[in-house]
Design a protein around this ligand. Structure first.
Ligand SMILES: Nc1nc2c(ncn2[C@@H]2O[C@H](COP(=O)(O)OP(=O)(O)OP(=O)(O)O)[C@@H](O)[C@H]2O)c(=O)[nH]1
Ligand SMILES: [Mg+2]
Length: 202
């Protein structure tokens, strides 16, 4: 649940990027950091293993300005996608207000995308969050650029069927390395999250 300070008229929201290992979560945050650097007071914090894999989380805080007289502070996190780091993943999800699910479009990743979504649902259940009950979640089908290199990709209808049939969440096709649809994904996640909190803002 967001930290809402009525007296200071300040809201802090937490959005977590989730998805299979190597899907592009950290790349999303790096692109965002580089594009909005001038508006960010602090550095992006990343805790990585050797091979650029996220070991604990990435963290990107920024100030969105005012909405309805409230100062909105956003915190973006990524979890480690590797299956073995579930304890960390669960911990990073504590207090989450909104999710971006970064799926890997490569055909070979089909089962891993599905498993990552199932794992997310399970972890959110631990925090009494029902993802199907109007919880703000955005789907991102990443690495669409790999089609140009002849790498077999899942078509969008297949990804929608596998991951989004029941959720019916907004979705974006993206290329996080080039930054395509990275900002729209983040904006949509932030707006969906703020809308979901609106009832709590007097
Ligand atoms: N071609 C292509 N490569 C991408 C794209 N997004 C990310 N990558 C590459 O995929 C690899 C993994 O990206 P990360 O952002 O580290 O993935 P992650 O989801 O944070 O991985 P974990 O931290 O292990 O969960 C890196 O080599 C990225 O450069 C994309 O849109 N297209
Ligand atoms: Mg990562």
């Amino acid at each position: 649940m967001a930290v809402i300070n009525i007296r200071k008229r300040e809201v802090q929201i937490k959005i977590v990027y989730v998805g299979p290992g190597r899907g592009g979560k950290t790349t999303n945050l790096e692109y965002l950091f580089n594009s909005i650097r001038h508006r960010i007071q602090s550095d992006m914090v990343s805790i990585k293993t050797h091979g650029d894999r996220t070991l604990f989380f990435d963290f990107l805080p920024f100030d969105l300005g005012q909405i309805q007289g409230y100062r909105i502070k956003t915190q973006l996190y990524t979890v480690p996608g590797q299956v073995k780091y579930n304890a960390t993943r669960k911990l990073v999800l504590k207090g989450v207000d909104g999710i971006v699910f970064v799926a890997d479009s490569m055909a070979v990743m089909r089962e891993k995308n599905i498993a990552a979504l199932e794992n997310l649902i399970e972890n959110l259940t631990f925090y009494d969050i029902d993802i199907y009950d109007r919880f703000p979640i955005i789907m991102q089908y990443n690495k669409r650029d790999l089609a140009d290199e002849g790498i077999p990709l899942l078509d969008i209808a297949t990804m929608q069927g596998d991951l989004n049939a029941k959720l019916n969440a907004p979705f974006f096709e993206a290329c996080a390395v080039r930054g395509e649809n990275v900002i729209p994904t983040a904006k949509k996640a932030i707006s969906a999250t703020i809308i979901s909190l609106q009832d709590h803002l007097a």
